[in-house]
Design a protein. Structure first.
Length: 358
């Protein structure tokens, strides 16, 4: 992959739209907070500096949207969809330094259970999604999210037990001793859901690599909390036959609250573990199959500045240019964002690391 010379964190390349299959115009990221969250793990992938799965995708495939959420101000929160998941900003007044300021939805859980979440404890019941969970969308034999709905209560494997269990599209569980050759074991029991995480996924969730922080590439853990991106496991890991690019192959699949992780042994290094396209699948289920309507972005939302601006690394979570021009807080749409030395625009007057407070 050819390395980009200069990439603004506010605008990234976007992939093909699922329906219809046409090339989309580049879609701007909805907020600087979303851009900073995306850039940490996925900017190195886009620029060819890291070889690993996308955690979000090359860019959003929707613009800024509003979705009903009971606990958000006015009952609507800001969201934006990426291939792998959905970014959410439920409380813009919360601490932007918190890793949970931007969240990614419990989309896999909604797809497997059919429970469309409209608030912390507010749900709308639907059948589990009959959408292929991985591989070719038209594969008639691969498992769907509905396949895994019957496996939520399955007993956990014993830690260190070799994973050889299989599942087919109908949800029938079997055993294939030959799969022991891949050496995947049950690695960690999560008491909150009483499921074990497969060793290949647990290693990835705790891995370190090249990330983009404070305006530069550094080596660090991909996730401050191993469950930040995935949530807790909802099922055990199962081997299944999935058609990928027209070719049937063995793929290990495990459903978590927020993501679906897959392990394909014959994939190239760096891409053996991948995050499924849960964002695409969920968007199609919610807006095309269920026919839901999105809301406008929440009141007070302002889009990012002109993407032609160059983003100064002193403000890693938002896109603010270096001077000139000299800017004041009144000139920008951001409040309470991180500021690093030397703060060329002078937004952090009390030098507490937060710009444009109040």
């Amino acid at each position: 992959m050819r390395r980009a010379r200069r990439l603004s964190p506010v605008v990234m390349l976007t992939a093909l739209l699922a329906v219809p299959a046409v090339v989309a115009e580049p879609v701007p990221v909805a907020t600087g907070a979303f851009a900073g969250t995306w850039a940490r793990t996925d900017r190195p992938v886009l620029e060819g500096a890291a070889r690993r799965t996308w955690m979000w995708g090359p860019g959003p495939f929707t613009g800024a949207m509003g979705e009903p959420y009971a606990e958000a101000a006015g009952g609507v929160r800001l969201v934006q969809y990426f291939d792998k998941t959905r970014m959410e900003l439920t409380d813009p007044a919360a601490d932007p330094r918190s890793p949970w300021y931007v969240t990614n939805g419990l989309l896999a859980k909604e797809l497997v259970t059919g429970q469309l979440q409209l608030g912390q404890d507010t749900f709308e019941a639907h059948p589990p999604a009959d959408v292929n969970i991985a591989g070719d969308a038209d594969d008639p034999d691969g498992p769907t999210y509905a396949t895994f709905s019957g496996l939520l209560g399955a007993a956990p494997l014993t830690v260190d037990q070799v994973v050889t269990q299989t599942v087919d599209r109908g949800g029938t569980v079997g055993q294939n001793p030959e799969l022991a050759a891949y050496g995947v074991t049950a690695a960690y029991l999560v008491p909150e859901t009483n499921h074990t995480v497969a060793s290949v996924f647990w290693a990835f969730m705790n891995s370190a690599g090249l990330v983009y922080e404070n305006g530069q590439y550094v080596e660090a853990r991909l996730f401050e909390n191993p469950f930040y991106a995935t949530g807790f496991p909802l099922t055990e890991a199962y081997w299944t036959r999935i058609r990928v690019g027209g070719v049937q192959r063995w793929v290990l699949v495990q459903v978590f609250e927020r993501r679906v992780l897959t392990y394909t042994p014959d994939n190239p290094e760096g891409w053996k573990v991948e995050a499924g396209n849960v964002g695409r699948h969920y968007y199609a289920w919610r807006y095309e199959r269920l026919g839901k309507q999105s809301a406008p972005p929440p009141p007070g939302y302002r889009p990012p500045p002109d993407p032609a601006w160059q983003c100064d690394p002193a403000y890693p979570d938002v896109c603010i240019p270096s001077p000139p021009p000299d800017l004041r807080c009144a000139d920008i749409p951001y409040r309470g964002f991180r500021v690093l030395p030397p703060d060329p625009q002078g937004f952090d007057r009390d030098q507490d690391g937060i710009g444009c407070e109040g």
